[in-house]
Ligand binder design. Structure first.
Ligand code: CO
Length: 679
């Protein structure tokens, strides 16, 4: 340990105040990106960042992560917010602290490799909108996937932070694949590419304190750029790992403001400030200022999101991470998906299958999008494989991976699985070895022709190029071509409080059938809430009178009720299932959406004679490959269903003629909805 690195107390004299540290630890705050991505599924709205934005700018963070990762997808899909606008808005409040984004290499902010023209245009626009630091990673640590984006970052004079995805095959650092030598080699490769800093990106909270020490020590000795540690709290080790990394001389660590900290998120900043206070690595942050920010977050912001925080368990740590090396986000996705499919009892099978699938697919690190690729293939194997046949339903993304479209895997892919995946694969049955994007044709011009005038500027066009289905939907909301659905609307704090009161009253049995006095007439401003309590469903009207919400009527609804108006016996096209009543705007859509699939479970109609092709999981129709009247062979792809962000080609269960298609591209479907009938 060199004298420079060692953490030492400087002489603290409380009378004279706090001495400035010689080598202060730099801190990146993740509250506005990874914080809410980890804590509540990336649902944080820009309007809820503004109340603390200026105060956050005063803390002295090295950077604030405000964009990238899942924010781009979630904002336009679920929040009806223009992702580009968020950077510009926050920049008006946060003027000093540099903005960092998480860039998934050639995957940008999506789940597949995009063509070079899209990648370059995306980075250029991110720079022009206000991003300063690009934390760039590739899920396979194949840095050929940086070749398109890094020159644009560097040419723009911005900070290129090269990341190494931290992965293990053993419980601790070591083994044949992910050992110290692996990380040193990767860091040297990043330095050679011109990295301005190097990030060890521990997305699953796997890094153990002494391994963090060993890696930081080795990287500090091997390369010049500053070393940055990103470690999720999931397993409970990250605060200890931070400290050992500090002792090893780490330059920068990542934390969150405490209301957004811990669980699958990150360690909080406040204990770290106190830990290093008065040492040569003192952050210099004012803990009272941090407390003042937290108070606003607790009172004005968190109540809107509390219902999205997973508090189903008492424990705030998840030791499954230590056993299964599963990133927090991936785990909660798998659990949610299993719940929606009424198969949560099979979670242990999923845990057993996951390492097998990962090994078959080349021991790849588990991070977006590889965590989804491995996760969903694992689910498919558990749900659809038979004793005679493994990999019965291979997702398109696994086929792409086997073809080499994501890059080089850490170890070779199981040749049997690869052969099966590539049988009849549209790009060819022989995998490629070149830089993946080399086989991709330019995409921007094509996107422009498709979307036409609906994309007004380059930002719109890129949004569409990245997310054709949901991007188009968002653009039609943005430009008033279509009314955005109720569930994407924001809620005010008053609405949240009204909802909480109702739930409390319902639980206490105080929701009366007859109001104590005659209800006033319902005004045109009344908003209707769907409230689900222990399997019971109430429709509740809330009317604002003189500024405070007033309950104007409560109607207990039979659970089947919501779908009845739209379910005539011979319905040709079952209506969209997640909004229980089309005419009832539901600002409380999240809890309703959780319960809604149950409410429609029995409302399945397949009036046409023939064999139905049912949705094996909830998802969105990407496209039909067959039309009514077409003949199909058993096993031929009929429909592409996007589920859990992966595209699944669903095969015809029998040979015959397509009698009916019940949905169209862009429609959402529940599990077991009849997608088409073959007779
Ligand atoms: Co993260």
């Amino acid at each position: 340990m060199t004298d420079h690195d060692q953490v030492k107390m400087t002489s603290m004299n409380y009378e004279k105040g706090r001495p400035a540290a010689k080598n202060p630890l730099k801190v990146e705050d993740l509250t506005f990106r990874d914080g809410h991505q980890s804590m509540f599924a990336t649902r944080g709205r820009t309007e809820d960042m503004i109340p603390v934005a200026e105060m956050m700018d005063e803390v002295g963070f090295w950077a604030m992560e405000v964009w990238g990762g899942a924010t781009f997808d979630t904002m336009h899909r679920f929040l009806n917010e223009d992702p580009w606008e968020r950077i510009r808005t926050l920049k008006r409040y946060i003027k000093k602290t540099p903005f960092s984004m998480l860039l998934r290499g050639q995957n940008l902010v999506g789940y597949r490799n995009y063509a070079d023209d899209v990648a370059k245009a995306f980075v250029k626009r991110a720079v022009e909108n206000g991003i300063d630091i690009f934390r760039t990673f590739d899920a396979l640590n194949d840095y050929r996937n940086f070749d398109a984006v890094v020159p644009v970052i560097k040419a723009s004079g911005k900070h290129f932070q090269g990341s190494i995805c931290y992965s293990l095959t053993e419980p601790r650092l070591g083994g044949d694949v992910y050992n110290l030598d692996y990380y040193v080699k990767k860091a040297k490769a990043l330095e050679a590419m011109g990295a301005d800093s190097i990030c060890v990106k521990d997305m699953a909270g796997l890094i153990a304190p002494y391994d963090a020490y060993a890696i930081v020590k080795a990287l500090k000795a091997a390369v010049k750029p500053p070393i940055h540690l990103h470690s999720h709290f999931t397993s409970g080790m990250s605060a200890m790992s931070h400290l050992k990394a500090v002792e090893a001389g780490v330059d920068i660590v990542d934390t969150c403001m405490s209301p957004y900290a811990y669980r699958t998120s990150h360690a909080a900043i406040e204990p770290l400030v106190m830990t290093l206070l008065g040492t040569n690595r003192d952050t210099g942050f004012d803990i009272r200022h941090l407390a003042a920010i937290n108070e606003i977050l607790e009172k004005e912001v968190m109540p809107k999101y509390k219902h999205l925080v997973d508090d189903s368990k008492m424990s705030i740590i998840d030791i499954n991470v230590l056993l299964h090396q599963t990133p927090g986000g991936m785990l909660s996705n798998l659990v949610n998906q299993l719940k929606q499919m009424d198969a949560i009892d099979r979670i242990n099978e999923v845990f057993r299958e996951l390492p097998r699938v990962r090994k078959d697919l080349g021991q790849i690190p588990l991070v977006t999008p590889t965590s989804q690729i491995v996760g969903i293939q694992t689910l498919n194997n558990v749900l659809f494989d038979t004793p005679e046949e493994r990999y019965k339903m291979i997702t398109d993304q696994v086929k792409d991976l086997c073809y080499g479209l994501y890059g080089k895997t850490a170890v070779p892919i199981n040749p049997e699985v690869q052969k099966k995946a590539l049988k009849g694969y549209s790009r060819g049955e022989k995998p490629i070895t070149c830089r993946p994007a080399e086989v991709l044709k330019p995409e921007l011009e094509k996107a422009k022709n498709e979307i036409g005038d609906l994309a007004v500027d380059m930002d719109d066009l890129i949004l569409y190029a990245l997310y054709p289905l949901t991007g188009k939907k968002f653009l039609s909301w943005k430009y008033g071509k279509e009314e955005p659905p109720a569930e994407v609307r924001p809620m005010t704090l008053e609405q949240v409080k009204a909802r909480e009161n109702l739930v409390k009253k319902a639980l206490e049995g105080e929701l009366v059938e007859k109001p104590a006095k005659a209800a006033p007439p319902k005004s045109e401003n009344a908003r209707t809430f769907n409230v689900f309590v222990d399997g019971e469903y109430f429709e509740v009207g809330v009317d604002e009178v003189g500024g405070s919400p007033l309950i104007s009527y409560i109607q207990q609804m039979p659970v089947q009720m919501p779908m009845m108006p739209t379910m005539p016996a011979m319905a040709q096209a079952p209506a969209r299932k997640t909004a229980p009543r089309p005419e009832a705007p539901a600002p409380a859509a999240q809890p309703a959406a959780v319960e809604a699939p149950k409410a429609v479970e029995t409302a399945k109609a397949a009036p046409e004679a023939g064999t139905p092709l049912k949705a094996p999981m909830p998802g969105m129709i990407v496209s039909y490959k067959k039309q009514v009247g077409d003949s199909v062979m058993e096993g031929e792809t009929v429909v592409i269903l996007e589920a859990m962000k992966m595209e699944n080609a669903l095969p015809a269960p029998v040979s015959g003629t397509v009698k009916a298609l019940h949905y169209k591209s862009g429609d959402s479907v529940a599990k077991n909805d009849v997608l088409c009938v073959i007779g």
